[in-house]
Design a protein around this ligand. Structure first.
Ligand SMILES: Cc1cc2nc3c(=O)[nH]c(=O)nc-3n(C[C@H](O)[C@H](O)[C@H](O)COP(=O)(O)OP(=O)(O)OC[C@H]3O[C@@H](n4cnc5c(N)ncnc54)[C@H](O)[C@@H]3O)c2cc1C
Length: 439
């Protein structure tokens, strides 16, 4: 299914309640009353559709890209929160108990507590949830705690929001509209259950064991997993998976990491992991034999589907992880396309898999360009950052415009490199990039 069709389906789900409300053809009230109802309906529909943008559904993320899905999730949540906050203030009709003859709540905006309280809870929770997501790092919550609160908070907002519209909404008095709300709530809760219940249940049947943990650079490790039972994990080089080491699959203990092994190398799967926070800082102490679970593969950073005449990999820091998978696979599968790797680091100690990269460059003919900000004495590689000038020197001629460019690294570097490549005439469709942070 093409990405455009997925976006169209999403828009249909988010706009369906508004369309149904309009189709009822009810007598129009003041413009502000109609805007108030429209804002409430749209906000609730967007929130329910948000559950489809969790970045965890392969059929969505594979086509659109996980970072784009997450960006949409963030932006739409902010839009929905703004609409929801405005919703009660826009009404101009006087609030009064609806008389018996106004069964469909056509002429009165209800103020009955039983109809209002679920809406008030959702109304308070939604902006709080959005603000907590925006300020997550500043608030200092552990990522796992935040994720749990985010999921629970979202489920409560969805449930209370639907209860409110069923009890108070003018348009939701219509049975078709009420059924649609319940169906959308069902889809949203199923989407949550798919990630937090069904996926972990499936993982129980596909356990892994840690086979090895080896240092590959300063504070950076390569962790290799082996299937603990007889099953096949099919992935493409450059994809990522959610890794859970040493915990049961139910719960928040899973982190996304790019797969650094080559699919054709066998059933073992490897990850290059840099120490950063509470989980990754313990990675070097993980003992072989520890049980692990994987949710994946996810991600669209793959080169095998692209027919470009050459492949350029541009990595910063631990962004080398998916590139290792891609390079190892291109070499193992005998792909004859010319390849280049531009790999930026702060210092030489941070270069991961340095010997293997030299070896791959020799054996596969990959043009290898190391870039260091803080080079050691006698360094013969590039110095500084991956700049537009450096990219022009490597990829400035017409032949390189047709190549496929795969980018992974710090967000600032990705943006600068994307702009520079587009400036060199590379079509945006030939640039694949992945961020390691969705903030
Ligand atoms: C698609 C993708 C691929 C990645 N690939 C790699 C890789 O190959 N190698 C590597 O070293 N790092 C990779 N990362 C980053 C890695 O996921 C984080 O460094 C790691 O989760 C930090 O966990 P922590 O508990 O040690 O740190 P914490 O201090 O808990 O978190 C530090 C930051 O990492 C992010 N993070 C933490 N937990 C999660 C989570 N469960 N889901 C999403 N983000 C989280 C958050 O932005 C958080 O602020 C990748 C991230 C993404 C999104």
């Amino acid at each position: 299914m093409p990405a455009g069709l997925l976006i169209l389906l999403y828009l249909c789900a988010a706009l369906l309640p508004l369309g149904l409300a309009w189709a009822q053809g009810l007598e129009a009230r003041s413009i502000f009353d109609e805007l108030a109802s429209g804002a409430g309906i749209l906000a609730l529909a967007v929130i329910l559709a948000e559950f489809l943008l969790l970045g965890r559904y392969r059929f969505v993320a594979r086509r659109v890209g996980t970072d784009i899905v997450m960006r949409m999730h963030q932006l739409l949540a902010r839009g929905a929160a703004a609409l929801a906050v405005a919703h009660p203030f826009l009404y101009t009709t006087r609030r009064a108990p609806a008389p018996d003859w106004d069964v469909g709540r056509q002429f009165f905006v209800t103020h009955e507590l039983s109809a209002i309280w679920p809406g008030m809870i959702a109304w308070l929770l939604l902006p709080a949830l959005v603000l907590m997501a925006i300020g997550r790092n500043a608030l200092g919550y552990r990522y796992e705690t935040w994720r749990l609160m985010h999921g629970l908070g979202a489920a409560l907002i969805a449930g209370f929001g639907v209860l409110h519209t069923l009890r108070a909404g003018r348009y939701s008095a219509d049975p078709t509209m009420a059924t649609v709300w319940l169906a959308l709530l069902g889809v949203a809760l199923f989407a949550l259950a798919y990630v937090y219940v069904l996926t972990p249940l499936a993982q129980l049947r596909r356990p892994w064991r840690v086979a090895a943990v080896a240092p590959v650079a300063e504070r950076t490790w390569e962790v290799t997993l082996r299937p603990a039972r007889d099953f096949a994990f099919r992935y493409r080089a450059g994809q990522f998976a959610w890794l859970n080491i040493g915990h049961r699959p139910f719960g928040p203990h899973e982190n996304p990491f790019s797969i650094s092994s080559a699919p054709s190398a066998g059933p073992e799967v490897s990850f290059i992991i840099k120490e950063l926070g509470d989980f990754t800082r313990t990675i070097g102490q993980v003992k072989p034999g520890t049980r692990a679970y994987l949710d994946g593969p996810h991600g669209h950073l793959t080169v095998t589907d692209h027919k470009a005449p050459g492949v350029a990999l541009i990595a910063g820091g631990v962004g080398i992880a998916p590139m290792m998978g891609i390079l190892r696979e291109l070499h193992a599968s005998g792909d004859t396309r010319p390849t280049a790797l531009i790999y930026g680091n702060r210092n030489a100690a941070q270069i991961a898999c340095r010997d293997e990269l030299e070896e791959l460059a020799r054996a596969h003919g990959t043009r290898l360009g190391h870039v260091l900000c803080d080079p050691p004495e006698g360094w013969t590689g590039e110095v500084g950052f991956v700049t537009p000038e450096l990219l022009r020197a490597h990829f400035g001629d017409a032949e390189h415009r047709e190549w496929l460019y795969v980018l992974c690294g710090p967000p600032a570097m990705l943006e600068a490199v994307e702009d520079a490549l587009i400036g060199l005439g590379v079509p945006s469709g030939n640039i694949l990039s992945e961020r390691f942070s969705y903030d």
